[in-house]
Design a protein around this ligand. Sequence first.
Ligand code: ZN
Length: 141
Amino acid sequence: MAEQAKASGPLPVVPFLRIPAEGAPYLEARCCGKCGAIFLGERENCSKCGARGELEPKRLANEGTLYVYSIVHRSFPGIETPYVSCIVDLEGGGTVKGNLIGIEPDPAKIRMGMPVRTVFKVAPRKDAEGNEYLTYYFEPR
Ligand SMILES: [Zn+2]
C-alpha cells in the first residue's frame, strides 16, 4: 500500500459531505434539472426520468424531519450500542440515512416526523494513517 500523507484537517467520511475552505460543512446531493429528483453520490444520469448530463450539485438543508428509525442493539466490535439509525427527509428535498444522537435510544422518546437537524462532528476513530474524519449525525431540534 502506498504511503499517504496525513491530511491537514478532517476528511469527509462520505463523498457527499462537503468541507469548504470557508464556512460550515454541508451535505451535497445531485439534482436532476429535468425532473428535480435528488440523489446522493456521484452519477451522470437520472434514474427517475432518464435524463443524461442534467444532474447539478445541490446543497442540502440542515433541517428535516425523522422519516423512520431503528434502535440498533448489536453491531461490530468496538461500536457502542444501543444507537439510533435513522432516515431523515430534509427540507427542500433529499433523503439521508444516518444516526440520531442527542436523544435516548428509547421508542417512548423518539417520534416519527419529529424535527431534526444535521450536525457535523469529528468521528471518534482515526484510520490507520492517523487521519481524522468529519461525519454527520442528526439530532432533535
Ligand atoms: Zn430526472
